[in-house]
Each structure stands twice: as structure tokens, then as C-alpha cells.
Design a protein around this ligand. Sequence first.
Ligand code: ATR
Length: 288
Amino acid sequence: MEINGKTSVCGLIGNPVEHTLSPMIHNTLAKRLGHDLVYVPFPVAQGRVPDAVAGADALHLLGLNVTVPYKSEVIGSLKAIDALAERIGAVNTLVRTEGGYKGYNTDMEGLYRAMTVEGIRISGEQIILLGAGGAARAVAYLCAVKGAEKVYMLNRTPGKAEQAAEEVNRSVGRQVIFPMATEDHATLPEGKYLAIQGTSVGLAPHTEDVVIPDRAFYEKIHTGFDLIYSPWETKFMKLVKEQGGKAYNGLKMLLYQGIIAYELWNDVQVSEEDAQVVYTKLKEHFAN
Ligand code: ATR
């Protein structure tokens, strides 16, 4: 595209930012949809988040994404925050408004949209959630808010799962998250579950690692969703498939968190056809 006097700028703040795939998502969308917009990465040093957000506002940046390690810290620099993002305590998208930025969490809406597109339901489901860190806690909120019947939150350190469960249950006003120690997984009630892998275990280069190696566990799973997308197929996904379940990686979550941010910035609906074009491009990146 040709940059001109009216070109809008969006970008990503984080540290580090050089391996991000977000420019690919947003610049592909802008080109396809004919929007006069560019998306660039902005490395922000520790302690400079308030300066970065104030500077972005002064420079009229249309929107920002926020990545590690600033998703919680950035909340202090916002004018307003969306209800789900506030509950989760993490913001990954800033949208320009009169007088400052409003924060959203499109990571979780992105996960929800990715699941919806794949035909995976949360409402009324029995869910196993692996992990109790920042990402898993956000997934627990999403499941609770979207009407899951029961979520068993399994973590190596059970105290963290207990704390997360209490917080989420209190926030949504019902008992929906049930904390457990991962090592007690064999005591999970019989049934067929959707399992969401929300730990960092299995991430490249440790591709043979998995939170629960016991094959019997996977007999209880009809669908496994790993938030990891590198490697393309994690050990967790392989084990789910070996026991006859369906398995998905986190690339569509990445795709849709970007698409939802793009929709918020530009006040448009991105079609599934356009989403698919971006997805193909992201996939090709992994093939190379
Ligand atoms: P993130 O923000 O990506 O969620 P995090 O907050 O550091 O990262 O959380 C990491 C999650 O992965 C936690 O649930 C952690 O378990 P603990 O709470 O017991 O530390 C889990 N995790 C990391 N390494 C693990 C391992 N080797 N075995 C089991 N769980 C592990």
C-alpha cells in the first residue's frame, strides 16, 4: 500500500515484539479490505508503558495490541475497560476513544470465536482445563461467562487452582470452577469432556512434554484444544487423537484475537472468507 497523509497507524506494544505475527494479520486485512492503515511493532522498555500509551494517544494511533509482559500493567493507563477484560485482569487491545484508550481482551473472545468456528461448544459442557496461570485463569473466566456447566481446573500446584477457582466463582456468582491437583486426574468423574490445554508445557522446543502422559486420561476427552500453536501438533493433541478425540491447536485463537481487534478499530465485520485468507497466510508461515 501507499502511505499518505491520512494513513492510520495501529501497532503492538510489548517486550520482546520482534517475533510477532500480528503485523501479518493486520496488514493482510488492511490490504484485502482496502483500508488505509498500517500496523507496526513497538518495543517498549520496562517502566515505559504509561509513556507509550500517552504517546500513542498524542500521536492519534487508532489502536494498539498489548503483549507480554504488559497485559495487566497497561490497565493503569486506560480511560475505560471492557467488562470481560476487567474480570480477567488482562488487556490485549486498546481502542482509541475521546480522551484516552479503552481496553479489551480479544484473546478470550478470539478463543471463543475459534471454538465456535470449529463447532466446539462451551455452554452446558463439562470441561477439563489444564493450568492455573494467567492464560488458564482467563480461559476459566471465559468458560464461566459462556455458560459451561462444570470446569475442572487441574494444576501442578493445586493452591493456585484453588485461588483462581474461588475468584472466578465469586465473580460469576455460581460454583462452576472446581480446582484439582493434576496428579489426581484419575479421580475425575466418568464422562466425556472438552479439554483445554492452558499451560506452557509442550511449547517448542520441548515438543515431547505433556502435562498428563497417562493415556487412560485421554479416553475421557472428546475434544482437545491446545492454546499452543508451535509445534503445529503438540503431544497433548497427539494423545487426544490417539484415543479417538478431535484436537485443535491455538492458531485460530491467534487469528481471531487479531480479527476482533481489527473489527474494533475499524468498526467493520471481517467475513469468514477474509479470515480464511489470513489463516492460510499464517499457516504458510509455519510450513516454512
Ligand atoms: P501463562 O501466563 O502462559 O499462563 P504462567 O502464569 O507462568 O504462564 O502459568 C504457567 C502454567 O503452566 C501454570 O499452570 C503452571 O503450573 P504451576 O502453577 O504448578 O507452576 C504450568 N506449568 C508450567 N510448567 C509446568 C510443568 N513442567 N508441569 C506442569 N505444569 C506446568
